[in-house]
Design a protein around this ligand. Structure first.
Ligand SMILES: CC(C)(COP(=O)(O)OP(=O)(O)OC[C@H]1O[C@@H](n2cnc3c(N)ncnc32)[C@H](O)[C@@H]1OP(=O)(O)O)[C@@H](O)C(=O)NCCC(=O)NCCS
Length: 170
């Protein structure tokens, strides 16, 4: 698996590629947004808004990563350093997406392994409460890719509503 999953920083001219994948991701996500909440809403232009995407090519602590499986575009990861707990952190998974064709084959786990292994430091992975498949995934994937201690903390409901995993990659 390690040799077929290729992760590379998205170039500036790939912003449109990432933004299209983001629409698929946000549509997946919208399934779990509570009906009465403002989350998961389409704009009148038929697009899910994602305001901070351009910042991934202009701010130093943000990384836009594209994932290819055997040369085929299959997902993306956004890494930043925003802590859902308001604690010092070096890296956080902001968004993480595997296209549907490629799911449940261990690819998400392999992506997590590579992304975390290549970035030693304090990590946070925050999962929104309503996204139960993502929580099931991270509960399974983190121990598979990291052998050290992992803190599992529930967010305060304001800064973050959901579960946060913290670990240090040496
Ligand atoms: C969550 C996601 C990244 C998982 O990717 P994946 O490549 O399917 O993950 P893996 O194949 O490595 O899954 C490893 C394990 O996680 C668990 N898991 C993964 N997806 C799951 C799901 N939909 N429901 C329940 N458990 C799941 C399973 O235990 C799985 O092992 P198994 O297939 O042997 O049962 C993918 O479904 C996705 O992109 N979802 C939409 C976006 C999203 O929610 N991203 C996470 C944001 S925090």
């Amino acid at each position: 698996m390690a040799d077929v999953v290729q992760i590379a920083r998205a170039r500036a001219d790939e912003v449109h590629t990432l933004s299209r994948l983001m629409q698929l991701y946000l549509h997946d996500f919208s399934e779990f947004a509570p009906f009465e909440s403002p989350h998961g809403e389409l704009g009148h232009d038929g697009i899910f808004a994602y305001p901070h995407l351009d910042a991934y090519w202009s701010e130093p602590n943000r990384e836009p990563l594209l994932v290819h499986i055997a040369g085929r575009l299959a997902g993306f990861v956004l890494v930043n350093d925003w802590s859902a707990l308001g604690r010092p952190v070096d890296f956080a998974i902001a968004e993480f997406f595997v296209a549907r064709k490629y799911r449940r084959r261990g690819i998400g786990t392999e992506i997590a392994r590579q992304v975390i292994a290549e970035r030693p430091g304090r990590w946070e992975i925050a999962v929104l409460a309503d996204n139960w498949p993502a929580l099931a995934f991270w509960r399974r994937a983190i121990p598979a890719v990291h052998s050290g201690p992992v803190e599992i903390i529930e967010g305060d409901g304001e800064r973050w509503r959901g579960t946060i995993f913290r670990l240090t990659r040496s």
